[in-house]
Design a protein around this ligand. Structure first.
Ligand code: OOB
Length: 577
C-alpha cells in the first residue's frame, strides 16, 4: 500500500458501441441518458419512505428506507472522497449479502467510482487479479465471514498491488479488529452532502466492471455502461411485473448479474420495492425470511431450487407470499421445473442470462409447456440472435429449429471485454456479435432452449469454472507435469469437476487430497477446487492432446463417462442398486 501510481483511465480498455448503433438505441428509447445515481434519486423521490433494504450486516440487523439508503450512500461517498477515492477510480467490491452492499455500491456510483464486482467465494488469488487488472484504488470487504478473514486477505492483496491504497471494511462500529492500514466504513460515514461528482456522470460511460465466468486463464472483466445496464434493469422489471409491493429475496451473491439486474436488486430499486438480503441460501434461512418478510419473489440456481423443493413439504414456515421463483444460471431440467410450483406454490420463471449482456426470460403468462421446457426469450426486440454451425469457419446459420452456437448483439450486450484485445478477437465477431459459447435451438415460438455449450467452461450448479485456470493451479505443484480438468455429470450440480493429473516420473505421486488442498491453499474460490482428482501415468486417451487441449478434454470427458458406464454395468451385474 506504499508505492502507488496513478492508474490509467477506464475508457482506455473499453470497446465502445459504434456511434450509429448508439444513436439507434437512443432513438428507440432503450438508452434514456439516465445514470445509476439517477435510479436511486428517482426511487427516493417516488418511494422515499418505503423500505428499500432489509438484512443483517456486520453491525446487526438493518432496515432502511430509500431516503435512509440514499443518505448513507451519500455520506459514505463524502468520506470516500476525503480519503482520496476519485471519479473514475476502480474499487473492488468483495462483500457478502449484507445491506451495506447497496450502501457501498450506490456510494461508489454517487462519486463516479467504478465497482469491480467480486464474489464472496473468491479468494486472494482472484482478488489480486481483479485489483491488478483494473488497477483498483481500493478494496471494500468485510472482516471474518464464513470462517474466512476477508479483511486480512484484502490487506495482503493491497500490499502486493501498487494501485491499491485502501482496504475498507464493513465492520461493527465498536472497536473492530482491523488489519493494519485498513479503515472501517463507520469511520468514513459523513453527514450526506449535496452534490457529488458522480451525479453528473456521462450516461454512455462505464459504470462498473462485472465478472465473466471465464473460459481461459482468468475471469474477464465486463465493462457495462449506465445506459445499457439501466435499459436491461427497467425492461427486466417490466417483464417480471415488479411493483412497490415486490419483496425480493437476494439468495445468490448480490454481485452476480442475475441478483443485481435480472431484475434483481436494481430492478427492485427501479420499482420502489423491498430487497431482503439472505445471509445464506439454504432452505431454513430463506424460508424463515420468506415468512417473516412476506417475500414475493426469489432467484436461485437449479441445485438450490432442488434443495428448496425437497425441504418445502417438511417446513413449518408459511411460504404463501412467494409468487415467483426465478431459476437460472444453469439449465433447469424439466423434471425439476415441474416440481417447483406444486412444492413451493410459486410460479417458475426460467432465466437464461450472462454478465456480458443478453438475458432471456420465460414470461409470467407463458403456457406451462414453454415455462417448463424453454429458457425463455430475450428482453429486447433489438436483441439480435444468430444460431450458427459451430464447426463452420464462416459461422453460417443453421436451419430454423436446429441446434447451433448462439451469437448475440444488442442494446445491453458488450462489444468487448475490458483490456482484453487478444481475447476479444476470438470472443466477438468482426461485426460485434458476442460468441456466447452456448449451444441452443430456437423454437417456432421464438423461445430459446439451451442444449449444451461449445465453450471451455464448466458450469458447476451455476458457478462457472474455466478448466485452464484450475489446470494452471495444479501445474504449479512441483510433483505435477500435466493436468486436465473436465466437467462430469452430477445429479445435484448438473456438472462437477474431475482432474486428471500426471505426476513427475520417479517420484512418489502426490495424493489426490493433497492436490486438492494445494489448489485451495493457493487462495482460489472453493468451488474451483477439483471435486475429484485422479493421478494417472499418462492421459488415458491416445491420439489427442498434443495439439489441442480442447480435444484432450473432450476425449477425457468421454473416457470418464465410458468408465462410469462400465462400472454402472458391473454394479448392476452384482445386483447393486
Ligand atoms: C448468468 O451469468 P454468468 O455470466 O454467470 O453465466 C452465463 C452462462 C451462459 O452463457 C450459460 O452458459 C449459462 O451461464 N447459463 C445457463 C442458464 N443461465 C445461464 N445455461 C442454461 N440455462 C440457463 N437458464 O448465469 C446469469 C446472468 C443473468 C441472469 C441469469 C443468469
Amino acid at each position: 500500500m506504499t508505492a502507488t501510481r496513478t492508474p490509467r483511465p477506464v475508457g482506455e480498455g473499453v470497446v465502445p458501441y459504434p456511434p450509429e448503433v448508439a444513436e439507434r438505441y437512443r432513438a428507440a428509447g432503450y438508452w434514456t441518458g439516465r445514470t445509476l445515481p439517477d435510479l436511486l434519486d428517482e426511487a427516493v423521490a417516488a418511494h422515499g419512505e418505503r423500505t428499500a433494504v432489509v438484512g443483517t450486516g456486520p453491525s446487526g440487523p438493518q432496515r432502511w428506507t430509500y431516503t435512509e439508503l440514499d443518505a448513507r450512500a451519500r455520506g459514505l461517498a463524502a468520506g470516500l472522497v476525503e480519503v482520496g477515492v476519485a471519479p473514475g477510480d476502480r474499487v473492488v467490491v468483495w462483500l457478502p449479502n449484507v445491506p451495506e452492499y447497496l450502501e457501498v455500491v450506490f456510494a461508489l456510483f454517487r462519486l463516479g467510482a467504478l465497482p469491480v464486482f467480486a464474489l464472496p467465494a473468491h479468494r486472494a488469488s482472484e482478488i489480486r487479479y481483479f485489483a491488478e487488472h483494473a488497477e483498483a484504488r481500493a478494496i471494500v470487504t468485510v472482516g471474518r465471514h464464513d470462517r474466512f478473514d476477508h479483511a486480512v486477505a484484502a490487506a495482503e492483496v493491497a500490499a502486493e498491488v501498487p494501485s491499491v491504497r485502501h482496504v475498507l471494511v464493513a465492520a461493527p462500529t465498536a472497536a473492530p479488529d482491523l488489519p493494519a492500514g485498513a479503515l472501517g466504513l463507520s469511520a468514513l460515514r459523513r453527514p450526506p452532502p449535496g452534490d457529488l461528482p458522480g451525479d453528473g456522470a456521462d450516461p454512455s460511460s462505464v459504470a462498473f466492471l462485472q465478472l465473466s465466468g471465464g473460459t481461459t486463464g482468468l475471469p474477464k472483466l465486463i465493462p457495462r455502461t449506465h445506459d445499457d445496464y439501466l435499459y436491461s434493469v427497467r425492461a427486466s422489471a417490466d417483464i417480471c411485473a415488479l411493483s412497490p409491493e415486490t419483496v425480493y429475496l437476494a439468495v445468490l451473491p448480490a454481485a452476480h448479474n442475475f441478483t443485481m439486474s435480472s431484475p434483481g436488486l436494481l430492478g427492485v430499486v427501479h420499482a420502489g420495492g423491498t430487497s431482503v438480503l439472505a445471509p445464506a441460501p439454504d432452505p431454513d434461512t430463506c424460508f424463515g425470511l420468506i415468512e417473516s418478510e412476506r417475500v414475493t419473489m426469489a432467484a436461485v440456481v437449479p441445485p438450490l431450487a432442488a434443495a428448496w423443493v425437497q425441504a418445502a413439504p417438511r417446513t413449518q414456515r408459511d411460504l404463501t407470499s412467494l409468487e415467483v421463483l426465478q431459476v437460472g444460471g444453469a439449465k433447469c431440467a424439466p423434471e425439476l421445473a415441474r416440481r417447483i410450483e406444486p412444492a413451493l406454490g410459486a410460479r417458475l420463471q426460467q432465466v437464461f442470462g450472462m454478465a456480458e449482456g443478453l438475458v432471456n426470460y420465460t414470461r409470467l403468462d407463458d403456457p406451462a409447456d414453454v415455462v417448463l421446457h424453454t429458457q425463455g426469450r430475450p428482453i429486447s426486440p433489438d436483441d439480435e440472435i444468430r444460431v450458427v454451425d459451430p464447426d463452420d469457419p464462416d459461422e453460417r446459420e443453421v436451419a430454423p429449429g436446429e441446434v447451433g452456437a448462439l451469437l448475440t448483439r444488442g442494446p445491453y450486450t458488450i462489444r468487448g471485454y475490458y483490456r482484453a484485445e487478444g481475447h476479444n478477437a476470438g470472443a466477438f465477431t468482426p461485426d460485434g456479435f458476442y460468441r456466447t459459447g452456448d449451444l441452443v435451438r430456437i423454437t417456432d415460438r421464438g423461445d430459446v432452449v439451451v442444449s449444451g455449450r461449445v465453450k471451455e467452461q464448466i458450469n458447476r450448479g451455476g458457478e462457472k469454472i474455466a478448466a485452464e485456470e484450475v489446470e494452471n493451479h495444479l501445474l504449479a505443484h512441483p510433483d505435477v507435469v500435466d493436468a486436465a480438468i473436465v466437467g462430469v455429470p452430477d445429479d445435484f450440480l448438473g456438472e462437477r469437476t474431475h482432474a486428471y493429473v500426471i505426476p513427475v516420473a520417479d517420484r512418489e505421486p502426490p495424493r489426490s487430497a493433497a492436490l486438492r488442498r494445494f489448489v485451495r491453499d493457493r487462495g482460489v474460490a472453493a468451488y474451483k477446487v477439483p471435486d475429484t482428482v485422479e493421478v494417472v501415468e499418462a492421459f488415458p486417451v491416445t491420439g489427442v492432446g498434443k495439439t489441442s487441449r480442447r480435444a484432450l478434454r473432450a476425449a477425457l470427458a468421454d473416457h470418464w463417462r465410458a468408465g462410469r458406464t462400465a462400472s454402472d454395468q458391473e454394479d448392476q451385474e452384482e445386483g447393486n442398486p
